[in-house]
Ligand binder design. Structure first.
Ligand code: SF4
Ligand code: SF4
Length: 439
């Protein structure tokens, strides 16, 4: 029996097009569009100006406050402008760099540091300097997650190797290709957090990753208590509370946060980036992504420079074989649909999907027929039908009593609804409006 959580569902995986394709480096684009908001929290403040010559990996934006992150240039070159651009987060200030000069940072990596000789505080300082954020999609600054308050009593680090969204295969390929680096990144993160135990959770549809990590862990035989556990393939297995619930068997009362039960979750891509930063002093300027969907000519798993635009990715991947009906940054369930090919990859971009008309549904929604399917799949035990009806009738007083802030926006209810009701979209609106009233 594999570990799992209550509720959930099984959407088609759509991973076969890319799951066995090894990483390929995409060519360096002519320009990179580096948003100063690539993370949850306050945007970074630019520290370069138009006309400046900058090096690869140079800090170009400085974090503003605790919940923020530094931004670095992914290419060497000249600052063409510091201006507002369209990003997946809306219009944001960005540093636009045109490629020029030598790739000194990636061509001449610095000498590895013996991280075991560093104190926990020195490790978090290196993570902060490198601008690391959660690479699983939420882009929460990693420094914040590694600095829980004393009353949280964190005892276990959980590494999220579920890659629960359909189409995406980059975490799977990362675990298969670099299992030693993932485990070392896990050990480094444990030291930064000061915890003695870690569990790497892998869904049972990623058998090769599970095997690669298990073999690597046995060969390394680290002094820390690290285990690798198989999880049932079920959506949304990788959502933080569901993952903690599956692996630690701890329950979450309404209104609680993931850290309230003693577990902290980090994505496999994040611990890989943590190792790059701590051991090699590399800032977060590149990331692995999946490019997939029926419209793109060459789907695959790619390593890209942050700031590369969707149009450059399409050119590098052979163009379109069919016109996409929808472009999504991230997975199809929780990702963001975009309408411009000028939008750049940011730190939290796990994939770019080019979906055909057959792969998406544009049907209009209709009234609830009280079938109850949404209630069955909701992993946090909400009543999505009642909540949706209350929001549609603008009865925020009723909606507020149905725990809308427990919703993790997984989209399971919308997906199974035969009336095609945009429930998670309703709940996002409800959360925003109720928040405004409370403030
Ligand atoms: S989107 Fe929210 S209400 Fe819908 S299934 Fe997910 S957690 Fe439940
Ligand atoms: S799944 Fe859709 S139609 Fe069925 S109860 Fe939920 S909201 Fe209503």
């Amino acid at each position: 029996m594999f570990s799992s959580f209550g509720g959930g569902m099984h959407p088609p995986e759509h991973k076969s097009a890319t799951k066995d394709l090894k990483f390929i480096n995409l060519a360096i684009p002519h320009s990179c569009y580096l948003s100063l908001q690539q993370h949850a929290g306050a945007p970074a403040k630019p520290v370069v100006s138009k006309g400046d010559t900058i090096s690869e990996g140079q800090r170009i934006g400085i974090a503003q406050g605790f919940v923020s992150a530094h931004v670095h240039s992914s290419i060497p070159g000249k600052v063409a402008d510091v201006a507002d651009i369209l990003t997946i987060y809306g219009t944001r200030q960005a540093v636009i760099v045109e490629t020029e000069g030598a790739f000194t940072a990636s061509a001449h990596p610095s000498q590895p540091v013996d991280w075991e000789s560093l104190a926990g505080g020195e490790i978090t300082e290196r993570i902060n300097d490198a601008g690391i954020v959660d690479l699983g999609g939420a882009a929460f600054p990693t420094l914040v997650k590694l600095s829980p308050s004393a009353e949280k009593r964190i005892d276990t680090l959980i590494i999220n190797g579920t890659e629960w969204e359909p189409y995406l295969t980059t975490d799977d390929m990362l675990m298969k290709t670099y299992p030693d680096a993932v485990i070392e990144g896990c050990r480094i993160t444990m030291k930064a957090l000061g915890v003695a135990s870690a569990i790497i959770g892998v869904e049972d549809n990623k058998r090769d990753s599970y095997k690669a990590l298990s073999k690597s862990l046995a060969a390394m035989n680290p002094p820390e208590n690290i285990s690798i556990k198989k999880l049932k393939t079920k959506y949304p297995q990788g959502a933080e509370k569901q993952l903690i619930s599956s692996l630690l068997r701890r329950e979450f009362p309404s209104g609680s946060l993931p850290g309230d039960t003693g577990g902290i979750v980090q994505n496999v891509g994040t611990v890989y980036a943590i190792r790059e930063a701590v051991v090699f002093g590399r800032p977060l300027i590149m990331r692995h992504i999946t490019v997939s969907g029926g419209a793109i000519a060459r789907p695959g798993n790619y390593k890209v420079r942050i700031g590369m635009r969707i149009s450059d990715i399409v050119d590098e991947c052979g163009g379109f074989k069919r016109q996409p009906a929808k472009i999504v940054m991230g997975g199809p369930m929780c990702g963001i649909s975009v309408h411009s090919m000028d939008i750049p990859v940011v730190k939290g971009t796990s994939g770019v999907l080019f979906l055909t008309g057959e792969e998406v549904s544009f049907r209009d929604y209709s009234p609830c027929i009280r079938c109850g399917k949404c209630v069955t799949v909701c992993p946090v035990g909400l009543l999505p039908c009642d909540l949706g009806n209350a929001v549609e009738k603008e009865r925020l007083d009723i909606a507020a009593g149905l725990n809308p802030f427990d919703c993790i926006m997984c989209g399971s209810c919308s997906y199974v609804c035969p009336a095609k009701r945009p429930l998670s979209h309703f709940f996002k609106i409800a959360q925003e409006k109720i928040q405004v009233v409370r403030e």
